[in-house]
Design a protein around this ligand. Structure first.
Ligand SMILES: [Zn+2]
Length: 224
């Protein structure tokens, strides 16, 4: 079968739209929550990864088909604009979780059926990265909505993103004692580490489920 006629080629084209939308939406989100530098940095980092993912898929597709990126037009999901920072983070985390546990795992299953071994692995590896992205965003969402981003009830190391000042304490400064930056400039590794529902393992469980049942496991997708 001609590669252009495979479902996998079609799925690759879809991923480019998905990743570009992800990238655009994250760029957009960074503008909305530019105040909180720590979340902002995370969103910028993730948006760069999404951009790289789009590039990976574009490269495969242009190498294997007559696909032309110039013909694609992209839009921003304006629904992101609704709601507060917490909800914005939750929405993006949900979206990543869906990619990890549904979209990309299904694309991997189809690629496997069509004997596109290499592309299957790329889909699965990127699903894993999406799961990680979902976790990071979900952690922030949880901490912000429980009001304990800066009150973890244990001693952790904080860093001022602006000047680099660090402090190990139970709760950080309101204003950086060195550069006067507000609390939104504080970053801590503790923001990123906590048990989370979207794990690499759940990714592969989802893959196994869709491989055998060939359906979406709706139960896995619910995040909240
Ligand atoms: Zn500072």
């Amino acid at each position: 079968m001609n590669f252009e006629q495979t479902k996998t080629a079609e799925n690759l084209a879809k991923t480019i739209v998905i990743e570009s939308l992800n990238y655009t939406n994250l760029k957009y989100a960074t503008e909305i929550i530019s105040k909180n530098k720590s979340i902002n940095n995370l969103l910028i980092k993730i948006s760069k990864h999404d951009f790289a993912h789009a590039k990976i898929f574009i490269d495969i597709l242009t190498k294997k088909t007559s696909f032309n990126i110039e013909s694609m037009q992209l839009i921003v999901d304006l629904s992101l604009h609704l709601g507060d920072i917490e909800n914005l983070l939750l929405k993006i985390a949900q979206n990543k979780r869906k990619l990890a546990l549904d979209t990309y795992t299904n694309f991997a299953r189809i690629a496997d059926e069509e004997k596109q071994e290499e592309i299957k692995d790329i889909f699965l590896n990127i699903a894993k990265i999406k799961a990680k992205q979902s976790n990071l965003l979900y952690n922030y969402y949880k901490k912000l909505s429980n009001n304990n981003l800066y009150n973890p009830n244990k001693e952790v190391k904080y860093e001022c993103i602006n000047c680099g000042y660090t402090l190990k304490a139970k709760s950080p400064w309101k204003k950086c004692p060195v550069c006067n930056s507000p609390q939104e400039f504080i970053f801590s590794e503790s923001f990123n580490i906590e048990s989370n529902p979207t794990t690499e393992k759940s990714c592969f469980n989802a893959y196994e489920i869709c491989k055998t049942k060939k359906i979406t496991n709706k139960k896995l997708l619910d995040l909240k």
